[in-house]
Design a binder for this molecule. Structure first.
Ligand code: SF4
Length: 335
């Protein structure tokens, strides 16, 4: 019999697999996801026959990275390889008491954004909920993780079932018990996936914009042609769940490309009155690209102008650039 991996299963699924009550299944899930016990026979307070049944049918299934590289700023990039030989990268960022894991939702990506190294890597496949969770649980020191962001390889809304299942396990009391407010899913915008995500969850959402103008944006984000950003922003702000989660727009700033006065006014028009926050992010040039990031002064100017217009805005620091762990640089290797 092929044994099933427990990682990625909900308490309900463990209950069915083990033939146990829900309280017992929750206790098993809790040991796996929170206490990181990787020997089922060591799970306390569960009848021996249930543990033996589970051992016959399953393995914990948590696996660690195959390689890692540490940046001079302390950011660590990891390479994982699953049993289907799909590779994907994960980034661990520590800042004060906050420990964030940036996870991948796919091996590669099929969205084809031209500025992104992952896009150039191509699409190798969707990751399972277990593959997503092992990027957190398979790291040493995973117990310290406070935040999880889906900003690694792949477009999460293109693998929405696995992403939502992983989010559910990350936030469940019987799972990792992270606050829903500390889990953020980032997207370039796939309308059906976002609609489903908004209806089925209260996790944070961040839309990667790049340009407030449809024609220009569609050259940077091909998905714009089918799923216009202005329609997605309208859907985000009018959704009944909008007050229960953080909604943001990520705006990567490229010098003389999308940091002009016209872009600033376009940004204001797009999000004014929506309550959506704008995160301004420096651009990380990819190999063979002559574009450079907007200067810190220009980014400060954008932030100031947005704030005095009543729009919540902040500047996010870019970390891990020397090991290609920053936005748009995953899949550029660990060597
Ligand atoms: S930016 Fe995101 S959606 Fe676009 S190719 Fe890269 S990983 Fe995919």
């Amino acid at each position: 019999m092929i044994k099933r991996s427990l990682i990625g299963l909900t308490a309900e699924e463990i209950s069915i697999l083990a033939g146990s009550s829900m309280p017992h299944a929750k206790a098993i899930a809790n040991c796996l996801y929170k206490k990181r016990i990787d020997d089922i026979m060591l799970v306390p307070n569960i009848p021996k026959e249930i543990r033996e049944e589970l051992c016959k049918k399953s393995i914990p299934g948590i696996y660690g990275p195959v390689a890692s590289r540490r940046s001079s700023d302390g950011t660590i990039k990891y390479l994982f390889r699953n049993e289907s030989e799909q590779e994907f990268e994960t980034v661990l960022l520590t800042e004060g008491k906050r420990t964030t894991v940036c996870v991948s939702s796919q091996s590669g990506c099929r969205m084809g954004c031209p500025f992104c190294v992952t896009g150039k890597y191509g699409f190798r496949g969707n990751l399972s909920a277990g593959d997503i969770l092992t990027q957190v649980l398979g790291l040493s020191g995973s117990a310290k993780v406070t935040h999880v962001v889906f900003m690694g390889m792949g477009e999460p809304m293109d693998n929405i079932e696995s992403v939502l299942k992983a989010c559910k396990i990350l936030s469940a009391e019987w799972g990792m018990a992270l606050s829903q407010r500390n889990i953020t899913v980032s997207t370039v915008g796939i309308t059906p996936g976002i609609k489903y995500f908004l209806e089925e969850s209260n996790f944070n959402i961040a839309l990667s914009l790049y340009s407030p103008f449809p024609e220009e944006r569609s050259r940077i984000v091909p998905a714009e042609k089918k799923y216009p950003a202005h329609e997605i922003i309208q859907m985000m702000k009018s959704h009944p769940s909008s007050g229960k989660r953080r909604m943001s727009v990520a705006y990567i700033m490229i010098s003389d490309i999308n940091d002009t006065e016209k872009h600033l006014e376009g940004l204001k028009t797009l999000v004014q009155g929506s309550g959506i926050r704008i995160n301004l992010i420096p651009y990380n040039p990819i190999p063979s690209d002559d574009n450079i990031s907007s200067s810190p002064e220009r980014m400060q100017y954008f932030r100031h102008e947005l704030v005095i217009s009543g729009i919540s805005a902040s500047i996010r620091k870019s970390k891990g650039t020397d090991v290609s762990a920053a936005c748009g640089l995953l899949a550029s290797g660990l060597k």
